[in-house]
Design a binder for this molecule. Structure first.
Ligand SMILES: NC(=O)NCCC(=O)O
Ligand SMILES: [Zn+2]
Ligand SMILES: [Zn+2]
Length: 461
């Protein structure tokens, strides 16, 4: 089966050019000057549109257990929603709970995802019980294509690891060539602030933000960087939200340390003012790290331009407002942490292009090419080039849309971006050559997506 994408502007991490793309079965066969290929079994007209590599969302949580409940997107609903938004690969997190092994955890996550995804997917591993077996199992995970391990300096008693445990896991990461991903917030100090707030009757959602000050993200980020320096491990800071944390990353990178960071659209567009919405509506915006004061946003955009922030992921972790966020009415510390967003990342970052914050090439780089390189998927993913998987988005940069829970495809009863006016819209999406989204609707489905065994990080200096 040959598909020709004709007349579009092909985007990459290095620029844009008028070109046609020939797809043969699941792969890109050729990229050539307009008109070189005359026809194919199927021809998609991309005149006036961008043709870009499918997005890679390197941070999602489908069906994630948290605080006695689960994030509500399944691997099926979440990957379908991702496809609607131009994302053709997710990397989700398998979650080790205390007392279980990494290998059993990985088996469990394969059971949840295999045969259920609409687009390709990989796994990172959350390490929450550092012991000799866990450290040994990290080797098995790397061999099985899970080459990155998330650890937490937050959530004492749940996912939290001590500095000593982090150090040991980092040493194993250095030995295996794998990457440590860090949730960098000082959870011990935060838990004190949370207890004090509750004791003095401050119970509403905004307290979630007020008890997790940005300086404690900066401190934890700097500490993680120090531990990575001692051990030589590559370090990737997840969901970076604060100027103080970004400064720590920038300083380490200036020294040449293999330290990288991602941010998420919510930190670029939303703020603590959303957490302060009345009538418990702020609960919709509870995630950790919390939404910050607006002053941080300009720093984050600058970080994206300078590559101190290399990747934009969503940290998609949806909990319904009714029933789930409700668990924390009267006690903000019980509000399930996480926000929906997997469907909107490409559109929201395109607004950064429209506003002149980032270039088109940078949009593609941060949302597709760099995550592919960072997590060992390049050049299979993250680029439109001969031999690459035909994960391709045809994007109409002039279309207009309004984001809303009424129209989104995520399995959650609210939109964090309700009413946002967007310039640009995904028109067609190919996943390994198959048209999964088109103007006539959803053509993909559960089971098309395949597990991606990933190589080591390809982004080290
Ligand atoms: N971010 C968040 O609040 N929930 C998902 C889990 C995590 O990434 O820490
Ligand atoms: Zn986290
Ligand atoms: Zn997360």
């Amino acid at each position: 089966m040959r598909t020709l994408i004709k007349g579009g502007t092909v985007l990459s991490a290095t620029g844009a050019s008028a070109a046609d793309v020939l797809v043969e079965d699941e792969k890109v066969a050729a990229v050539a000057a307009p008109g070189v290929f005359e026809t194919a079994d199927e021809v998609l007209d991309a005149s006036g549109k961008y043709v870009l590599p499918g997005g890679i969302d390197a941070h999602t949580h489908m069906e994630m257990p948290f605080g006695g409940t689960h994030s509500v997107d399944t691997f099926t609903t979440g990957t379908e929603a991702a496809a609607w938004g131009g994302t053709t690969t997710i990397i989700d997190f398998a979650v080790q709970s205390k007392g279980t092994t990494l290998t059993a955890t990985l088996d469990k996550w394969h059971e949840k995802a295999d045969g259920n995804c609409a687009i390709d997917y990989g796994f990172h591993m959350i390490v929450s019980d550092v012991n000799d077996t866990t450290l040994k199992d990290m080797e098995t995970c790397v061999d099985a294509g899970v080459s990155s391990f998330k650890m937490f300096m937050a959530y004492p008693g749940v996912f939290y690891s001590t500095d000593g445990e982090i150090l040991r896991a980092m040493q194993k990461a250095t030995e295996t060539g794998s990457t440590i991903m860090m949730h960098a917030e000082n959870g011990i100090a935060i838990d004190e602030l949370v207890a004090q707030a509750l004791a003095s009757g401050r119970t509403g959602p905004v307290e979630h933000g007020l008890t997790r000050p940005s300086i404690l993200e900066g401190e934890a980020t700097a500490r993680a960087i120090a531990l990575a320096k001692v051990t030589g491990a590559p370090l990737y800071i997840v969901h970076l939200s604060a100027a103080e944390a970004l400064a720590a990353v920038a300083a380490a990178r200036t020294e040449g340390q293999n330290v990288f960071a991602e941010t998420c659209p919510q930190y670029l567009y939303l703020s603590i003012e959303d957490l302060a919405r009345p009538d418990f509506e702020g609960a919709k915006y509870v995630a950790s790290p919390p939404l910050r004061e607006k002053r941080h946003q300009a720093d984050l955009w600058r970080g994206l331009r300078t590559n101190n922030l290399s990747v934009v992921s969503t940290d998609h972790c949806p909990f319904c407002f009714k029933d789930q966020k409700e668990l924390g009415r009267g006690d903000f510390s019980r509000i399930p942490n996480g926000m929906p967003g997997v469907e909107h990342r490409m559109d929201l970052l395109h607004q950064g292009v429209v506003a002149g914050e980032i270039s088109l090439a940078r949009w593609v780089e941060a949302c597709s090419t760099t995550p592919a390189r960072m997590f060992g998927l390049y050049p299979r993913k993250g680029v439109i080039a001969p031999g690459s998987d035909a994960d391709i988005v045809i994007y109409d940069p002039a279309a207009r849309q309004t984001l809303s829970a009424e129209t989104h495809h995520m399995n959650v009863d609210y939109s964090a971006y309700e009413g946002f006016e967007i310039t640009g819209k995904v028109e067609t999406v190919l996943s390994r050559g198959k048209v999964v989204v088109s103007p006539s609707g959803f053509g993909g489905g559960r089971g098309h997506g395949k597990f991606l065994a990933r190589d080591l990080c390809q982004y080290l200096s």
